[in-house]
Design a protein around this ligand. Structure first.
Ligand code: NAP
Length: 267
């Protein structure tokens, strides 16, 4: 299937690793010109070929989203696609946290800064250049947890629930002007968030009295009742993002796609 993405311009946040890296690689493979934002680049990002610009940016800085979008316009002449992928544990934070009593006011504030307010700012910056092109596609990476409230990561889940709500509101306002807004809600994905030292797998391993690899291969899929029995691969998220970015999805807006191995059980 030709996704008709060749020559379009995208901004991808959190593009140096994990899901964002897979999205960047996939869009480049479709001929998209990509502005990739993260605090630092990685050898994996640097190794990608195509029309790619890395913008070093800290999304905890309220000015950063606007600067990233400006760079897309100055470098590639406009903006067609915005993938708000950066999110998860804010800088310096490790998740999961196991109780509502764990996060402080400051924890709640930085969680919302990173997972919701940075997206608000990126969308605000993107609307005008997208309208100048006659429309565009915005894809927000949320989480299955947004629709499954639980004591674990209560602040993260609430921020992602806000993100889902925001996407629906944006889709209502801007569909008549050609901008589509959709959400992709992953289940647990095999990225640094889980696999790095001190990451989610290590935290759960300490609780469960096991090791990191056992958590990734067995404990987490069982704990999260994944029907597929395994964590999601970042590429499986990226493929859905590419389809939503494409004009082939011209009638898809305000939708939320679970790519979660069967994590969400409700219809
Ligand atoms: N992995 C999962 O299990 C899972 C599940 C559900 C939803 N999600 C969602 O999927 C998205 C991506 O998660 P991931 O697991 O792929 O993350 P990841 O592998 O940890 O990568 C995070 C990316 O965000 C960048 N980043 C981190 N802090 C940043 C900051 N302050 N400013 C700019 N960029 C920053 C990182 O680069 P730098 O560190 O260089 O800045 C990196 O490129 C998030 O929205 C997350 O909530 C993930």
């Amino acid at each position: 299937m030709d996704l008709q993405l060749s020559g379009r311009v995208a901004v991808v946040t959190g593009a140096s690793k994990g899901i964002g890296l897979a999205v960047t690689r996939t869009l480049l493979g479709e001929g998209v010109r990509v502005v990739a934002a993260s605090r630092k680049s990685t050898p994996e990002l640097d190794a990608l070929t195509g029309d790619l610009v890395h913008v070093p940016a800290d999304l905890m800085d309220p000015e950063a989203p606007g600067q990233i979008v400006e760079r897309a316009v100055s470098e590639f002449g406009g903006l067609d696609i915005l993938v708000n992928n950066a999110g998860g544990p804010p800088p310096g934070v490790a998740l999961p946290r196991f109780s509502f009593m764990a996060p402080t006011d400051e924890d709640w504030r930085v969680m919302f800064e990173f997972n919701l307010f940075s997206v608000v700012r990126a969308v605000r910056a993107a609307i005008t250049p997208m309208l100048a092109r006659g429309g565009g596609s915005i894809v927000n990476i949320s989480s299955g947890s947004a629709r499954l409230p639980a004591p674990m990561n209560v602040d993260y889940n609430a921020a992602k629930a806000g993100l889902n709500n925001l996407a629906k509101a944006l889709s209502e306002e801007f569909a008549p002007q050609g901008i589509r807004v959709n959400t992709v809600s992953p289940g647990p994905v095999r990225t640094a968030w889980w696999t790095e030292s001190g990451g989610a797998a290590d935290i759960i391993a300490a609780q469960a009295g096991t090791d990191r690899d056992s958590v990734i291969e067995q404990v987490a899929p069982e704990m999260m009742k994944l029907s597929t029995g395994r964590l999601v691969d970042p590429q499986e998220i990226a493929d859905v993002v590419a389809l939503l970015a494409s004009p082939r999805s011209a009638s898809t807006t305000g939708a939320d796609f679970a790519v979660d191995g069967g994590f969400l059980k409700q219809i």
